[in-house]
Design a protein around this ligand. Structure first.
Ligand SMILES: Nc1ncnc2c1ncn2[C@@H]1O[C@H](COP(=O)(O)OP(=O)(O)OP(=O)(O)O)[C@@H](O)[C@H]1O
Ligand SMILES: [Mg+2]
Length: 502
């Protein structure tokens, strides 16, 4: 990276409004060849809107946009691609029925004489790109069934084959396991050596310090600062992002656990999880820890009735719960905040207040006449509690930023006043400022007697919030650690099968 010379991409004072919503008032960033540049800010700060201007999806209302020192005007995504800009999304959408190589060369396949597609040449070129990246994916396999991490690699290979000079990654690590994150970072470093400028968006600050050389921070649609990474600190970044001091990230209180709310007995789903038994008491926060893919989310889905199980049973407040029906689970008093919130938790083109009230309909319907008013009162209340950034509660959920959509799902389930709440990665995609708020809320609800079953891949979150930690390894319960005995080493040992030190 060099501070001298010309930025490959420069945006100054970008303005973008949607109706009365000012998404950007001063979007400003300079990107240089060969740098990994972190782009940070709270949920709704305007990061993705800047990305959408770079990728030609949105046209700015005002501001200066330069590529290599020349003014750039994008009529649409094609112009952006042609200018060498590529955006790698959190969950790319490849064509399932095409091979990896076909996806990469879509519409640009090398032709042999007679104008037939030259598969061998196409696969050879893809293999070459993958080997430069140090990635092991078979070019001739179908895209169907590739992991999210591998799909991202295919997208990166695709942009390299198009000679992209600027790669934008909007929260690429949110759904990746630790080893997948490491592979992605190795690839980013290779890209940098080849002179590619990488713009990296993440809510995990430790990743930013691991990967990036510079950082730019936005707040409320406006530029705050750009700094070399070695001249800043986590605290300083957080202060610039949030504009105030933060409350404790893990506000954990000690409550006397009450009766058993959830009892899971020998639950088994063949090939997925086996003989899993545990309880959650009122006022207790129990964490399911383990590696990504160990079966934690599947156990949660089975308890809530989304997936079926083959043996065992689930009891809520001592009453057996018939499996296979989320509606019944909800009626019994279970709430479930899924991992993949955007797909499973929201009606995207429906209003914010409607979405928040969705799981509380039964309660609200009691006074039929008051229903609409009660719905918006409930929504207003919870929107404040989760620090939702919105303009009108009647706006569709899809006008919110990614992190704010996540908050709506949280609000929806917390508002339903359940006996047991299952939260899968409760703070994924949520900014540092709101994280502590979400933790405080979960702690407070436990204090009011709710049982909490939490799945989290963030070790500090598990250690900071849980009363008891159940470690799942390859579908089995491999350790149960009370808060006092739990530390990162003990959890990792149990998660990877190296035996628990006693
Ligand atoms: N299509 C749209 N219609 C109305 N408002 C929008 C639209 N797109 C974005 N916004 C608003 O613009 C603001 C910035 O959103 P943006 O998605 O850029 O935030 P972000 O920094 O990416 O946040 P996050 O960390 O949550 O992903 C938000 O207040 C959002 O509600
Ligand atoms: Mg975003």
């Amino acid at each position: 990276m060099s501070d001298q010379g010309m930025p490959v991409l420069s945006m100054r004072g970008m303005v973008k409004t949607f109706g009365s919503v000012v998404a950007l008032s001063d979007g400003t960033i300079d990107l240089y060849a060969g740098e990994a540049h972190a782009f940070l800010g709270e949920n709704g700060a305007g990061k993705s809107t800047m990305v959408k201007i770079m990728s030609g999806v949105h046209q700015p209302d005002a501001g200066q946009f330069m590529l290599d020192g020349h003014p750039a005007h994008f009529g649409g995504p094609h112009d952006s691609q042609a200018a060498g800009i590529a955006v790698i999304y959190q969950e790319p959408t490849l064509f399932d029925d095409l091979t990896v190589a076909e996806n990469i060369f879509l519409g640009r396949q090398p032709l042999s004489r007679g104008r037939r597609i030259n598969r061998r040449e196409m696969n050879r070129r893809v293999r070459e790109i993958f080997s430069q990246l140090g990635v092991d994916i078979e070019p001739s396999r179908l895209a169907r069934g590739l992991s999210v991490a591998d799909q991202q690699m295919v997208e990166i290979a695709k942009s390299l084959s198009r000679e992209a000079r600027i790669m934008v990654m909007d929260e690429p690590t949110a759904a990746l396991s630790r080893s997948e994150v490491e592979r992605l970072f190795a690839v980013v470093n290779t890209l940098r050596q080849r002179g590619v400028a990488v713009l990296f968006i993440s809510h995990r600050l430790e990743e930013v310090f691991e990967l990036c050389q510079r950082v730019t921070i936005m707040r409320d649609g406006a530029f705050v600062t750009t700094k070399p990474i070695e001249e800043t600190s986590v605290d300083e970044i957080v202060r610039s992002m949030v504009g105030r001091d933060l409350s404790a990230l893990y506000p954990k209180s000690e409550y006397e656990p009450g009766r058993e709310v959830l009892t899971v007995e020998r639950l088994t789903r063949e090939g997925v999880f086996t003989d899993v038994s545990f309880t959650v008491r009122a006022g207790e926060i129990v964490a399911l820890a383990g590696l990504v893919g160990s079966g934690r989310s599947e156990i949660a889905r089975a308890i809530f009735g989304i997936d079926r199980y083959d043996a065992g049973r689930v009891l809520l407040n001592g009453q057996p719960l018939k499996g296979g029906s989320p509606t019944r689970a909800m009626e019994a008093g279970i709430a479930f905040v899924p991992e993949d919130r955007r797909q499973q938790g929201l009606v995207m083109d429906s209003a914010i207040d409607h979405n928040v009230a969705l799981a509380s309909m039964k309660r609200l319907r009691r006074g039929l006449f008051l229903h609409r008013a009660a719905e918006s009162r409930l929504a207003r209340d919870w929107a404040t509690k989760v620090q939702l950034k919105f303009s009108r509660l009647s706006d569709a959920v899809n006008t919110l930023s990614g992190g704010n959509q996540q908050k709506v799902v949280l609000a929806k389930w917390l508002a339903s006043d359940p006996h047991l709440i299952i939260v899968d990665e409760p703070t994924r995609g949520i900014d540092v400022g709101t994280k502590s708020e979400v933790h405080r809320m979960i702690d407070e609800l436990a204090g009011r007697g709710m049982g909490v079953l939490m799945i989290s891949s963030e070790m500090p979150e598990v250690l900071g919030m849980a009363d008891r930690i159940l470690v799942i390894r390859e579908g089995r319960l491999s350790a149960e650690l009370p808060r006092a005995q739990a530390d990162e080493t003990a959890i990792m040992r149990a998660a990877t099968g190296q035996g628990v030190a006693r």
